[in-house]
Design a binder for this molecule. Structure first.
Ligand code: UDP
Length: 254
């Protein structure tokens, strides 16, 4: 058992107290949920792959000046992150119609959108993560107008950069969800990218075949779920040698 203090347990990750103040350890589980927890399952090796994929993408984004909470990967399933105050808004960026957008407006999946569309959802499980507008966000004080401006600007930069990165490995970035946090440094606050970026929260389709290589394989029972996550890692050039096999229990590293 882990000796560290557990700070928070979510559906796909656990946060532990970090080795020094202001840090946390983010542990990636294999658990998967969809449709507001109505569907539950395990995608074997997902945690290992998402840890790597998110490390890779956050590192690349950091290099182009997008501030993130990521510090370094610690082991197969854990990464060290900066502790931030999570803003309770999910920012979704869409390039191609899919999922809830297709459903809401009756636009066939796969239709290219005339331009990238940004949406906001209020992070509340009990309310079913309702879609909200900028007005709700600022009026209810979930984020200040300046915070929101920063979040949108960062989301669009992430979209530009990741769309190109994935295109280079034959994948279309259909849509994705980001979360942000507030990080204080010497009385100054800045908005940084938090959570994870992985096939759990991106839709990625093969450019040529339109094959789905993301969590929709789990949501829609399409099969070959593990293989899809592995394929994304393989194309990024980061598939762990010998596949994503590791010990299941969280291990402390000091
Ligand atoms: N998404 C997510 N967490 C959520 C809801 C959505 O990561 O709680 C991601 C999802 O994987 C997709 C994008 O955000 O890449 C847009 O999702 P959508 O609104 O279409 O909802 P869904 O169809 O996934 O319910």
């Amino acid at each position: 058992m882990s000796r560290r203090r557990r700070i928070y347990e979510g559906k796909a990750k656990v946060l532990f107290e970090g080795p020094e103040p202001g840090t946390l350890v983010q542990y990636f589980k294999d658990d998967a949920t969809a449709f507001n927890n109505q569907k539950k399952g395990v995608i074997t090796g997902k945690g290992v792959l998402n840890n790597r994929i998110s490390e890779y993408l956050m590192t690349r984004l950091g290099e182009i000046g997008v501030p993130t909470h990521f510090v370094r990967r610690l082991n197969m399933r854990e990464q060290l992150i900066r502790e931030v105050e999570i803003i309770p808004i999910e920012v979704v960026v869409r390039n191609v119609a899919a999922g809830s957008l297709s459903k809401r407006f009756g636009i066939p999946e796969g239709t290219a959108l005339p331009r990238s569309i940004v949406e906001y959802y209020y992070k509340s499980e009990e309310l079913g993560n309702p879609m909200v507008s900028e007005e709700h966000i600022t009026a209810f004080g979930w984020a200040a107008p300046q915070d929101l401006d920063d979040m949108v600007a960062l989301s669009l930069r992430v979209n530009d950069y990741l769309s190109g990165l994935f295109l280079g490995i034959g994948l279309r970035l259909v849509d994705f969800k980001l979360e942000f946090g507030r990080l204080w440094e010497n009385e100054e606050m800045r908005i940084v990218l938090a959570d994870e970026i992985s096939p759990d929260n991106c839709r990625l389709w093969d450019i040529k075949t339109n094959e789905k290589l993301d969590k929709d394989r789990f949501r829609q029972d399409l099969g070959k779920v593990e293989e899809a996550y592995q394929e994304v890692a393989r194309r990024l050039g980061i598939l762990p040698e010998g596949g994503p096999v590791d010990v299941k229990a969280p291990k402390t590293i000091q």
